[in-house]
Write a protein that binds this ligand. Structure first.
Ligand code: ASP
Ligand code: MG
Length: 438
């Protein structure tokens, strides 16, 4: 008989403030699917608190208050969970004594948030009659690179151990409850995957297990036509292709961690992004693109644009390579690039723009280029079929203020001065979503 493919379900930190709703969700899911793997994020706010300890390692009084409030968020921990809290206390003391935390120590400390969430939820699931067992992802064999704080899961190398260990538990009829957000580096230390990384944990596990579906259960959000904090009238999008969702996540849609889509796309597993209180308004991410006429908008509100004019007015072969090589040598990532035959606009993260400018300064001194900026811009991205035509409907004065534009058949990115970018976002949303759908 064909083995039943598991369902992976991840609960975001905010959903854990109603643990009974999470237990109900898992019970209902498991009554339909015998093989379920649960992935949990830390409780809302916990990762921020842990990060603040690392950022201000000397504020002992503050640390005591933080530890007390984290303790209060996880009442009734079983022995293993109390162990995590104890380990957290020891790590905090270690950081205080050293007066700093290097990246691996910081990750070890921050990873306790997810461990606490798992040990806190397992007894609640057990009391509902579910055979829940706590699984810490670093012991499961989730192997990552050594980029502490923002590591990437090595899917090929993790797949064997993960399949074996989770497979054993599923075959034994258990319900594994796995820590999201964490893994183990090639040198054997705890890593974290970057903010919002438990989505990525869930899709990575789903891909490795050949899941039939990955559910990302969140409080109040599916993938919307725009960030609801910026666009109050934003609406849920029922369906997106992997490529569309990836583009959205990379260009700042906070609802998904940027690496979330890739493992699911590679394995061909659908992702369902589901608001816990309103499952019907879910977004399904899979092979089929968004319905024609749907546009999703995202804004990266503040990035830095450096404008390079090629001296002599014509690009020489290799100019783009030269620029990116010099930036890469200083570890400066290019967010996006707009080029014409004479001008190269390089968009960088704002905090890296001084380093980026310094890296390119030699080209100016050698007389090859004229450099101006950094200019503070917002990157507005619109995704969907026919968006190129749609973007052209922006008021002319807004379009004229654009510093750059790049397009593929299904996505357009505009760089606009920050204030105009926010206006253009609301304007486009009004034209494309609010009026179109009436
Ligand atoms: N707890 C982590 C964070 O706050 C991971 C996650 O929420 O997915 O970033
Ligand atoms: Mg979270």
């Amino acid at each position: 008989m064909k083995r039943r493919r598991p369902v992976v379900v991840k609960f975001g930190g905010a959903t854990l403030s109603d643990p009974a709703a999470v237990v109900r969700w898992v019970s209902a899911l498991r009554s339909r699917h015998p093989r379920v793997v649960v992935v949990l994020s830390a409780r809302e706010g916990v990762t921020d608190l842990l990060k603040s300890i690392v950022a201000k390692p000397r504020q002992r009084g503050n640390h005591r208050r933080i530890l007390a409030s984290i303790g209060r968020l996880h009442p009734g921990l079983p022995r293993t969970g109390a162990g995590s809290l104890e380990r957290l206390r020891r790590l905090v003391v270690q950081v205080e004594q050293a007066g700093r935390a290097d990246a691996p120590l910081a990750d070890r400390l921050v990873s306790q948030g997810e461990r606490l969430a798992v040990h806190w939820m397992v007894p609640k699931l057990q009391r509902a009659g579910l055979p829940a067992v706590a699984v810490e992802a670093d012991h499961l064999g989730v192997l990552t690179d050594n980029e502490y704080g923002a590591s990437t899961i090595l899917l090929r190398r993790s797949a064997g151990p993960v399949r074996r260990r989770l497979g054993d538990r599923l075959r034994a009829g258990q319900l594994p409850v796995v820590t999201g957000f964490i893994g183990r580096s090639l040198e054997g230390r705890v890593t974290t995957l970057g903010r919002g990384g438990s989505d990525y944990s869930a899709t990575a596990l789903g891909a490795m297990l050949g899941a039939s579906r990955i559910e990302l259960v969140k409080r109040g959000v599916s993938v919307l036509t725009g960030d609801p904090r910026r666009i109050p009238a934003s609406q849920p999008i029922p369906r997106l292709s992997y490529e569309e969702a990836e583009e959205l996540a990379q260009f700042g849609a906070k609802v998904l961690h940027p690496l979330t889509v890739e493992p699911a796309r590679a394995a061909g597993v659908e992702i369902h992004v589901i608001p816990i209180g309103d499952p019907a308004s879910r977004t399904v991410i899979g092979r089929r693109p968004a319905p024609v006429g749907t546009t999703a908008l995202t804004l990266l509100p503040a990035v830095a644009l450096l404008r390079l004019r090629v001296a002599g007015g014509r690009q020489r072969p290799g100019v783009v390579a030269e620029v990116s090589r010099r930036l890469a040598a200083e570890d400066v990532n290019i967010v996006t690039l707009f080029t014409s035959s004479t001008v190269l606009n390089v968009v960088l993260e704002e905090r890296r723009s001084p380093a980026g400018r310094a890296a390119l300064e030699p080209l100016v001194h050698e007389g090859q280029m004229v450099l101006d900026g950094p200019h503070r811009v917002g990157l507005l991205t619109a995704i969907g079929t026919g968006v190129l035509k749609d973007v052209a409907r922006l008021p002319p004065e807004l379009l004229a203020s654009a510093e750059g534009l790049s397009a593929t058949p299904r996505s357009v990115t505009l760089a606009l001065p920050t204030a105009q970018a926010q206006r253009a976002l609301l304007e486009l949303h009004r034209v494309l979503v609010e009026t179109e759908r009436k």
